[in-house]
Design a protein around this ligand. Structure first.
Ligand SMILES: C[S@@+](CC[C@H](N)C(=O)[O-])C[C@H]1O[C@@H](n2cnc3c(N)ncnc32)[C@H](O)[C@@H]1O
Length: 220
């Protein structure tokens, strides 16, 4: 694809190399959940789940804080494109299982999970691929299953240089508008329960969507 600078862009290569260089700059081996941007949304998400729920964490990063928090009560599978991120996640969150894979190439059976989390990860995938990714994620959910995702608030696609202050590291982002994601969720059979912004005050960089797959629950 062609980037905003008119140069051929390799989004997955940029993300892979970005985390090779800047995994630790993005997230250390410790994370204080209290008062963080994750605390509010994880709280709203987990209260809808029952103990032991099967959760897929898409773009799980190094496992902190999402997989670590969830693995205390639920059966968590984390997936990430970056071998560095997955290696760290396996060490930091031994209670979850992790797979190194491209989220757009995953092939789970229908209804494999009771819930899906995708914090700050779908937006690393080129926008034209996101509607079909959302549709496929909805299919991996059991009827009545929950999904929480960070998505774009306003359209923007581009590459950040010296990402997270690491010289030579780049990161690729591709955001649609929040209303586009709402439409894609609806088309995928995902009924929106809550929508918010992150950060919650000031510049609205991201939208948070919490939604439920239509249909009756089949698991106790
Ligand atoms: C900003 S980090 C967020 C990590 C974690 N969800 C969190 O909020 O702490 C985005 C993660 O998504 C992963 N990612 C980006 N594109 C991906 C893809 N196509 N398939 C799987 N993971 C991907 C990156 O490697 C990175 O670890």
């Amino acid at each position: 694809m062609t980037g905003t600078d008119g140069v051929r862009t390799d989004p997955r290569g940029i993300v892979l190399r970005g985390y090779e260089l800047a995994s630790h700059a993005y997230r250390g081996d410790e994370f204080a959940l209290a008062g963080s941007r994750y605390e509010y949304w994880l709280g709203r998400f987990v209260r809808r789940l029952t103990d032991g729920a099967r959760i897929l964490d898409v773009g799980c990063g190094n496992g902190l804080p999402v997989a670590r928090e969830l693995a205390a009560r639920f059966a968590v599978t984390g997936v990430d494109l970056s071998p560095v991120q997955i290696e760290r996640a396996r060490a930091l969150v031994p209670a979850a299982r992790f797979e190194c894979a491209d989220m757009t190439a995953l092939d789970y059976a229908p209804a494999s999970f009771d819930a899906i989390t995708a914090f700050y990860s779908i937006i690393n995938v080129p926008l034209p691929e996101q509607p079909s990714l959302i549709r496929r994620m909805a299919g991996w959910l059991a009827p009545g299953g929950w999904i929480i995702a960070t998505v774009g608030q306003e359209p923007w696609t581009g590459v950040e240089s010296d990402w997270r202050g690491v010289r030579g590291a780049q990161m690729y982002y591709s955001h649609g508008a929040a209303e586009h994601y709402r439409a894609w969720f609806a088309a995928a059979g995902l009924e929106l329960a809550e929508q918010g912004r992150e950060p919650r005050t000031g510049n609205p960089g991201y939208a948070m969507l919490l939604a439920r797959r239509a249909g009756a629950e089949v698991r106790a």
